[in-house]
Design a protein around this ligand. Structure first.
Ligand code: AMP
Length: 185
């Protein structure tokens, strides 16, 4: 299974990604996690990415594409993977198509969620985790960037017949059950 999960920040992608990866026994390839790992390890890539992440902007493709290309060369992705947070732009879709060439994606899951609901969730998370940088302004900017640059990707994957849309509202278990049903149908 080569899967991609999409959806606005706060839709519950990370939580659902973990459930899907467990169910299918595939690794979770999250660009956000890879950037955060680089940050805690203090790599040059992490320092470069931080400037953009703090502002709610996308990290430049010159940094992001190479990081994903290297990750997808690792042996654990041979039998499949779940991409989370990549591709986020039309240009990244073209890059990913090149990386996968003979082994394209099987399905693209879009988790849908209402904007006010995701802002509420993200603000709650910022307070819980003491993430002072996650202000309402930065959160709204992240959602704006998602709408402008990433939401259009769903139409593209729909035209390829890969898109499954799942309502992200409800308990974790409810949403997981919806995704499982959609993937197994
Ligand atoms: P996430 O955890 O997926 O919300 O990602 C956190 C941040 O990492 C994003 O707000 C971006 O700044 C950056 N990021 C993650 N994935 C990408 C990507 N595919 N392209 C550009 N920036 C990304």
């Amino acid at each position: 299974m080569r899967l991609l999960i999409m959806g606005p920040p706060g839709a519950g992608k990370g939580t659902q990604a973990a459930m899907i990866c467990e169910e299918f026994g595939i690794p979770h390839v999250s660009t956000g996690d890879l950037f955060r790992l680089n940050l805690t390890q203090g790599t040059a890539l992490g320092q470069e990415a931080k400037k953009y992440m703090d502002a709610g902007e996308y990290v430049p493709d010159s940094v992001t594409n190479g990081m994903v290309r290297e990750r997808l060369k690792e042996a654990d992705t041979k039998a499949g993977f779940l991409l989370d947070g990549y591709p986020r732009t039309v240009a990244q879709v073209a890059e990913l198509d090149g990386m996968l060439s003979t082994t394209p994606l099987d399905r693209v899951i879009e988790l849908t969620a209402d904007t006010d609901e995701v802002v509420k969730r993200l603000l709650g998370r910022a307070i819980e985790q003491g993430r002072a940088d996650d202000t309402e302004e930065v959160i709204r900017r992240r959602l704006e960037v998602y709408e402008e640059q990433t939401a259009p990707l769903t139409a593209l994957y729909k035209s390829r017949g890969l898109l499954v849309q799942v309502d992200g509202l409800g308990s974790v278990e409810e949403v997981t059950a919806r995704i499982s049903a959609a993937l197994n149908s």
